[in-house]
Design a protein around this ligand. Structure first.
Ligand SMILES: Nc1ncnc2c1ncn2[C@@H]1O[C@H](COP(=O)(O)OP(=O)(O)OP(=O)(O)O)[C@@H](O)[C@H]1O
Length: 583
């Protein structure tokens, strides 16, 4: 993929788009402030002259105060308006980042990592914000101030100007070199930071395991290595940055000594008056601030542009595509099977997972898919949901090829209960109605909760349906499982995909869950990746997977006798089932 390059002009254009007047006002205020700064030494010179000649002092003094105060006020106003616009741009950038990330294929999101994606919203966004604060107004203002100051110095005495310019030559070279080198270092540093946050988030997700293994120190060691790499890049950046201000200050001191010596000589020959000399020195002193601002501003701009490149990299990642938009509603073939795989082959990168898999899930009833761990069962569900696409073969849902069915429509016909029975950190109502286009009445929600045996549990919560759930410890595994199933029932999808958690439930909860699944399977298709023998025994149809292939299909009683792989699985499950249940 071509890496898009952020350009200063692009950021400026984004700032201006749709807000031209706002931006004209910012530029005008900044210009007026700069003009005030440039005129200030002249008003000082006028006051000095009036003092020397014993003239009227009030008007030069008032002019000086008015110019100084006006310049400060205009500068504050333009900074505020720019910061406001910058915040708006940041707001847009963050929304675009979150929306785009949610639209990416699951594989890309996993590859990129939650931490790395989140770092875009925090650290990278702040770098872009700093560049916005500096780039479009402060940097040009500093450049105009430097150029204007040099012109006035040239008018006052061009010989002394040449002396000044010669003194600043070395500083100019250093600033230019550092600015060019900084961009790549910032990009590498921000990428490393994103990687570190990603590792940290992954460790936090696995914290119970890390603690149970007493591995905090070991894991912290790995994180420290990542932090060390970021620090090395940070130090390299700081080393380059630290050269800038001393180079400018040293050049200014050299210029000051040279101008004092040269100016003394020109005063003696009468080529320069005292007032001109005083004004020249003031301009020389005034030159340092915009030069430092321009130099450090260029560094900040480079950090912002590097961060913007990371945003661009993300935005350039293609989002999920799901066939052409349907013209009108998709006419689902009523007689077609719920799910059909035809010679489907699939590999994660280079690792083959499914090989010529073919099976059919009837329109109604429960179909259980069984197989050893890693045999490809969850991948079958991922292909059905079109989280991934087959390398070869055809996946059909309700008679439609999933690769040509618009994603929104396809997923509207499917309900998916993942192995983790994931709940969003949201209210019970929010979790139950996730993805529902129409509002669902509380009566209906309670009815469904009763169906999965959760009504009493929810009624006992402090805010009932409005209680926020999804935290670490607010619901047991079994309750999560049934709430996730309730979501699938509320969605009223024609096909329910259920990736059964491998952990055991107590017998009461297991019975409740099975009853709920049996009920929903009466008038729709349920494809369950089964880990429990009780689920398989109750299934209308069983598909046996082994090492990425379908090795048998049928009903439990027949498969036990006819399929050695199935018989082995069942024997294993029965041994487990005889063990005490772990909840
Ligand atoms: N995101 C992924 N990236 C790379 N390989 C993966 C990914 N997900 C699964 N795999 C690999 O694909 C193979 C099949 O995995 P899958 O999860 O489909 O098996 P499964 O039968 O559902 O296993 P289990 O019963 O343990 O859940 C495994 O070898 C696994 O390592």
């Amino acid at each position: 993929m071509q890496e898009p390059i952020a350009h200063p002009l692009k950021i400026s254009r984004e700032l201006v788009r749709g807000h031209r007047l706002h931006f004209v006002a910012i530029a005008l205020l900044a210009l007026l402030s700069t003009a005030g700064m440039l005129v200030l030494p002249i008003t000082v010179a006028a006051l000095v002259e009036a003092l020397q000649e014993g003239g009227e002092l009030v008007s030069p003094a008032v002019t000086l105060v008015a110019v100084g105060a006006g310049s400060a006020i205009f500068s504050a106003l333009s900074s505020y308006l720019l910061a406001k616009r910058g915040q708006q741009l940041l707001h847009r950038l963050r929304i675009q980042t979150m929306t785009h990330a949610l639209e990416l294929p699951l594989r890309d999101v996993r590859r990129e990592g939650a931490g790395n994606l989140s770092a875009r919203l925090t650290a990278d966004a702040m770098h872009v914000k700093s560049a916005i604060d500096i780039g479009p107004v402060q940097l040009p203002t500093a450049a105009v101030t430097v150029a204007g100051t040099l012109v006035i110095m040239g008018v006052l005495d061009w010989v002394l100007l040449l002396v000044t310019l010669a003194s600043f030559l070395v500083a100019g070279g250093i600033v230019a070199g550092v600015t060019i080198a900084l961009r790549r270092t910032y990009f590498a540093m921000q990428t490393e930071l994103g990687d570190m946050v990603q590792r940290f988030v992954a460790v936090l997700e696995a914290l119970p395991t890390v603690k149970a293994c007493r591995a905090q120190r070991q894991v912290a060691g790995g994180l420290a290595e990542s932090a060390r790499r970021a620090a090395v890049l940070g130090t390299a950046t700081a080393r380059m940055e630290s050269l800038v201000i001393p180079a400018i200050t040293l050049s200014q001191q050299i210029a000051l000594v040279s101008v004092l010596l040269g100016g003394g000589a020109r005063l003696a020959t009468g080529d320069l008056t005292i007032a001109e000399f005083a004004a020249f020195l003031l301009y020389l002193l005034q030159l340092t601030a915009p030069l430092v601002m321009a130099a450090s501003g260029l560094g900040t701009l480079q950090a912002g542009l590097a961060a913007r490149e990371r945003f661009n990299e993300l935005f350039a990642m293609p989002t999920e595509t799901g066939g052409e938009p349907a013209e009108g509603a998709v006419d689902v073939e009523d007689l077609a099977p719920a799910v059909r795989f035809e010679r489907v082959t699939f590999a994660y990168d280079e690792q083959p997972v499914l090989c010529e898999v073919g099976f059919t899930v009837p329109r109604r009833g429960m179909t259980a898919m069984v197989g050893l761990s890693g045999s490809g069962k969850s991948t079958v569900l991922a292909l059905t949901e079109r989280f991934v696409l087959p390398d070869e073969g055809r996946v059909e849902v309700l008679g439609w090829d999933t690769s040509t069915w618009p994603l929104h429509e396809l997923r509207g016909r499917l309900a998916y209960v993942d192995q983790g029975c994931t709940l969003l950190r949201d209210t019970v109502r929010g979790n139950l109605t996730l993805g529902c286009a129409e509002p669902i009445s509380d009566e209906r929600l309670m009815e469904v909760l009763a169906e999965v045996g959760l009504a009493d549990v929810i009624l006992a919560l402090p805010q009932r349906l409005d209680t926020v759930v999804g935290g670490e410890s607010d619901m047991s595994g079994g309750q999560r499982q049934r709430l996730a199933l309730a979501r699938a029932i509320v969605a009223d999808a024609r096909v329910v995909l259920l990736d059964e958690p491998s952990s055991h439930l107590d017998s009461v909860n297991e019975q409740r869950l099975r009853d709920a699944v049996d009920r929903i399977a009466r008038d729709r298709a349920v494809l369950v990746v089964a880990h429990r023998i009780s689920t398989v025994q109750h299934a209308d149809h069983v598909i046996v997977m082994d090492d990425g292939r379908v090795v048998a299909e049928g009903v439990h009683d027949v498969l036990v006798d006819d399929c050695p792989e199935y018989a082995r699985l069942v024997r294993g499950q029965m041994v487990k089932a005889a063990l005490p249940a772990v909840v």
